[in-house]
Design a protein around this ligand. Structure first.
Ligand code: GDP
Ligand code: MG
Length: 429
């Protein structure tokens, strides 16, 4: 998954124009990567359509390169695919908090039970493990050893065949011993699937766990979607642990299958050792997946930009004009050509001097040295800011003051204009 996505990123970085042709080839690369990771075809098509549409139709904020915009959209859509922005941790309430693990045999339940016990022990909780897999030989020993190595309480009974009464006894015993979190490992195989689901159902009804975690195996890719549905019929699990994410090309499929099923991926298993468990935060995961050291900086700039977007919308609503408006006006005038040309085009009989010609460039240059905050609130520009801006744009403080004066005059004019409108006078009368 990671390799495929890295290929997409490098394709974006090495693109030249980022025109529709290049965009299409990048999207095809992304589709290949997602399909290879076993993401459902329908999801792959949806995500590529949306990326294309957003890139072509959304207005690109000024000051961002096309590449930055595409990376940001890719980032957003991958985060969405893998479960969205949720980051809150599991709330351990009430105490004792009972967690029941379910999942098919081999999915990594018992290992995960040990890892989760370790995770919460490190957070300072007193944890207990219950070995309620009475079906698989060796399940008792496996969990007991894990409990000993982590250093948490354990309850099991290799003679007991009835999982329900065993688990009830285990919970009672561990609760008395002061356990704050009780983790119940269950069987993943039975005579047949029906009897497995039947046992899971009865366990849920009788034990009343506070949370059910479904454990799935990343290497199973899109087959995870089927397991998720099958267990959903038996037990309302709210969280999923995706094990074996280490070195699994199909991890993307497993993750997106879970995200599409409305459950939340809480942890991922990234190895066989007890510490190989990570809380799953889609945002962080995708950032790492994209493997870009400068991604944070890009995202930061987008976040700041949208903050200023809001401020700007407020200024516009209040009928204020800002230096940013002036800057954009001048920039769009510049695009048309030299001022003398524009005057000619408009049929104006004015002579544009070289000095005026230059001052447009100089003003744009000065405003390029201002921060977004200064452009939106020119009132904050005091003499020390003026000195900084002058230094940054290679002009004198007097030049900066001239620009600010011109801006103030413009503001006054606009104000008078709107006042005269209000009293019903035609403008420019
Ligand atoms: P269960 O049948 O669902 O209880 O699964 P187990 O916990 O017994 O795990 C089955 C196998 O998967 C064992 O060999 C584990 O060591 C291995 N396993 C579990 N989680 C991970 C993981 O995150 N990464 C890797 N590489 N192996 C894992
Ligand atoms: Mg097991």
């Amino acid at each position: 998954f990671k390799e495929g996505i890295l290929q997409v990123v490098s394709k974006i970085k090495s693109s030249v124009l980022l025109d529709t042709k290049e965009l299409d080839s990048i999207i095809r690369e992304l589709q290949r990567a997602l399909l290879k990771a076993d993401v459902e075809v329908k999801l792959v098509l949806e995500i590529s359509e949306r990326i294309k549409k957003r890139f072509l139709e959304e207005e690109h904020p000024p000051g961002f390169s096309k590449k930055d915009v595409l990376i940001k959209i890719l980032y957003d859509e991958l985060v969405n695919l893998l479960g969205g922005e949720t980051t809150e941790e599991l709330a351990i309430k009430p105490i004792p908090y009972k967690i029941m693990l379910v999942g098919i045999e081999g999915s990594g339940k018992t290992t995960t039970a040990g890892k989760i016990a370790n995770y919460f022990k490190k957070k300072g909780y007193r944890v207990g493990l219950v070995a309620a897999d009475t079906y698989r030989p060796g399940a008792y020993d496996q969990l007991k050893m894990l409990a000993e190595s982590v250093g948490v309480m354990f309850y099991g009974d290799p003679q007991e065949r009835d999982a329900v009464s065993l688990a009830k006894k285990g919970i009672e015993t561990l609760e008395k011993a002061g356990a704050q979190i009780i983790i119940i490992d269950t069987a993943g195989r039975h005579k047949d699937e029906n009897s497995l689901m039947e046992e899971v159902k009865v366990l849920y009804r009788e034990l009343k766990p506070n949370s059910v975690f479904l454990v799935v195996d990343a290497t199973q890719g899109s087959a995870v979607a089927r397991q998720a549905r099958a267990f959903r019929e038996a037990v309302p699990y709210g969280y999923v642990v995706v094990s074996k994410m280490d070195g699994s090309a199909k991890g993307g499929g497993a993750l997106s299958a879970v995200a599409a099923s409305n459950a939340r991926v809480l942890f991922i298993g990234v190895g066989e050792k007890i510490d190989d468990l990570e809380p799953f935060v889609p945002r962080k995961f995708v950032a790492r997946l994209l493997g870009m050291p400068d991604l944070d900086a890009i995202l930061q700039r987008f976040a700041e930009f949208s903050k200023y977007e809001k401020e700007r919308a407020k200024a516009i609503a209040a009928g204020k004009i800002t230096l940013l408006d002036l800057k954009e006006q001048l920039e769009s005038i510049k695009k048309l050509g030299p001022l003398s040309k524009i005057a000619e085009m408009m049929g104006l009989q004015v002579k544009v001097t070289g000095e005026e010609e230059m001052s447009v460039d100089r003003w744009i240059n000065i405003m390029n040295s201002m921060t977004m905050e200064e452009l939106l609130n020119p009132d904050i520009i005091d003499s020390s800011r003026i000195r900084r801006i002058a230094r940054g744009s290679g002009v004198t403080p007097r030049d900066v003051r001239q620009l600010l004066d011109a801006y103030k005059n413009m503001k006054k004019m606009v104000k008078q204009l709107s006042r005269s409108r209000r009293v019903g006078l035609p403008p420019f009368s």
